[in-house]
Write a protein that binds this ligand. Structure first.
Ligand SMILES: Nc1ncnc2c1ncn2[C@@H]1O[C@H](COP(=O)(O)OP(=O)(O)OP(=O)(O)O)[C@@H](O)[C@H]1O
Ligand SMILES: [Mg+2]
Length: 159
């Protein structure tokens, strides 16, 4: 059974903070993100990397498609599938670790490669709003993980 958690962030730092929380909950999972250009997918990736303790600056892998970052035994796989417009293109890339990460994977424009993605993906959809810096996140995963995440978000906002 899955559940969708909906929350808003009011600026890029809040999106990074959401990524830090998600890194605690979704260890060893693939996070599949879709949403408009400039909606905040890469900022969510920056937060996930921070949450894994990766110090290297995360930048958009638009041109190289897949970036891998390492912190001790944890890896962060960051793919941008924006340019994968032809199914064949994905088969030129070794996606074995990306799809079974020892750490976390985040795939931007995941809808472009949905035919290789596991059913167990955490799905994230980011929506822009008419407020310049406000974004709505729709995060879908198994009920226990979503409730754990909601608990951490709630505790953080109380502080
Ligand atoms: N709440 C917010 N969360 C994330 N980014 C925000 C937010 N409000 C404003 N921004 C701005 O929106 C932009 C988001 O850029 P980002 O590269 O993360 O988007 P993206 O979805 O990865 O884009 P692309 O589709 O080009 O890969 C940045 O300029 C950031 O400063
Ligand atoms: Mg991006």
């Amino acid at each position: 059974m899955t559940k969708t958690y909906i929350l808003a962030t009011e600026n890029e730092q809040e999106t990074i903070n959401l990524g830090i929380v998600m890194a605690k909950v979704f260890l060893d999972q693939v996070i599949c993100v879709s949403g408009d250009l400039g909606s905040g997918k890469t900022h969510l990736a920056k937060g996930l990397a921070q949450g894994l303790g990766i110090e290297k600056h995360v930048t958009s892998p638009t041109f190289n498609i897949l970036n891998v970052y390492q912190n001790k035994n944890k890896s962060f796989y960051h793919m941008d599938a924006y340019r994968i417009t032809d199914e064949e293109m994905i088969y030129d890339i070794d996606t074995s670790e990306l799809l079974e990460p020892k750490g976390i994977s985040l795939i931007e424009w995941a809808e472009n490669i949905d035919f290789i993605l596991p059913d167990t993906c955490v799905n994230v959809y980011i929506e822009k709003t008419d407020k310049e810096e406000k974004r709505i996140f729709y995060i879908t995963s198994d009920i226990e993980s979503i409730e754990r995440m909601a608990g951490i978000v709630y505790e953080n906002t109380l502080r």
